[in-house]
Design a protein around this ligand. Structure first.
Ligand SMILES: *Cc1c(COP(=O)(O)O)cnc(C)c1O
Length: 361
């Protein structure tokens, strides 16, 4: 093969031909409200403690393959009587989801989700040779047990994903619905609670159902509420048997010593790191009021973002906001844009930019 052969000439897996790497644009603009990050970085003292914790690791040795101390800390954080044997952690919940599909999906098997939903799920499915199937949510983007159970009966998936609060709509699925689904299926049911800490009722979590259902997985992340998107730590709570499946498929030493050390420091300061969640929740609630005043419709949200629109040409609105230094996300149903709750200054800048754009149009 010529040294300058391009991708089209290489023996790429056929299903990858024409695919593009995932990615929301990473643009260097003043107000970045496009990927639901927490706008408040951990403070200097916590960062210094993280740096010392990393320095204290003997990096010549492989890290703890089981990430046991981290799983203990995560079990303590979640509560609900969870023990480390019920916790699994990996490099972001995207790796956690990949482990689940490597363990329970695969060739000839399906994973089912309900659209509009998180744009990464089809990629996890593709990368694990799992067939990705979807059914639409109800017109208000909610889910009821009937919709989910009918879809399960039709597709017979190995894995079902219920995202609550859902990305990109912010819609919560009531616990009774999750419970009814679990009662009606033996498939692995993954409840993706990436935004649970931002919900109006964070205590209404599927974690409370774990003692009763061995096929339930509750997926969480430190990327959003914990303001640790750069640290790459996602985790799940499930039965020890489900954790064992993840332990089989994970790459040896998948979670670096640095990552484990940084996450343990973050968990030791959870009260401080989570302190901004209340403020972001208030910002979200204000957005739900403010956006209609600016002349757009907004979907009720329990997360740290809002979906707003519809616009005849959403890309044009996205572009005009960007020209004013505000980056939002083009995602979800046709005509809608998603904006994350930022600091007060960032959120005000977004309102001001949107008001100008609405005026122009
Ligand atoms: C942001 C997000 C995650 C978290 O992803 P990480 O890989 O942990 O950063 C998981 N699920 C949904 C629906 C999300 O929006």
């Amino acid at each position: 093969m010529r040294p300058d052969a391009n991708l089209g000439e290489l023996p790429l897996r056929p299903e990858l031909v024409g695919e593009e790497p995932y990615g929301a644009p990473q643009l260097d603009v003043p107000v970045r409200l496009n990927v639901n990050e927490n706008p408040y970085p951990p403070g200097p003292e916590i960062r210094a403690e993280m740096a010392s914790a990393v320095a204290a690791e003997s990096l010549n040795r492989y890290p703890d393959r089981e990430a046991w101390a981290l799983r203990e800390a995560l079990a303590d954080y979640l509560g609900h009587g969870l023990i480390p044997l019920q916790i699994w952690a990996a490099n972001g919940s995207n790796e956690v989801m990949t482990h689940l599909l490597q363990g329970f999906g695969g060739p000839g098997r399906k994973v089912l989700s309900f659209t509009p939903t998180y744009s990464m799920y089809p990629e996890y499915a593709r990368n694990t040779h799992t067939t990705y199937v979807t059914e639409p949510r109800l017109p208000d983007y909610s889910l009821d047990a009937d919709t989910v159970l009918k879809a399960i009966a039709e597709h017979e998936p190995a894995v079902v994903v219920i995202t609550t609060p859902n990305n990109p709509t912010g819609t919560t699925t009531p616990l009774e619905v999750v419970e009814a689904v679990l009662t009606g299926t033996e498939a692995i049911v993954v409840v993706d609670e990436a935004y649970q800490e931002f919900a109006r009722h964070p205590e209404q979590t599927a974690l409370t159902l774990l003692p009763r259902f061995g096929n339930l997985v509750v997926s969480r992340t430190m990327s959003k509420a914990f303001a640790l998107a750069g640290g790459r730590v996602g985790y799940l709570a499930a039965s020890p048997a489900i954790v064992d499946a993840c332990r089989i498929v994970r790459l040896p030493y998948h979670l670096s010593a640095q990552t484990q050390a940084v996450a343990r420091v973050a968990l030791a300061h959870s009260a401080e790191l989570l302190a901004q969640v209340d403020e972001l929740r208030v910002t979200r609630d204000q957005m739900l009021v403010r956006l209609p005043q600016l002349g757009v419709e907004v979907i009720d949200s329990d997360a740290n973002f809002c979906l707003f629109g519809p616009f005849a040409d959403r890309h044009d609105v996205w572009q005009r906001l960007l020209e004013r230094g505000v980056l939002v996300r083009e995602t979800g149903p046709a005509g809608y844009l998603r904006v994350s709750a930022g600091t007060p200054a960032e959120t005000q800048a977004f309102y001001a930019a949107l008001a100008e754009v609405m005026e122009e149009r």
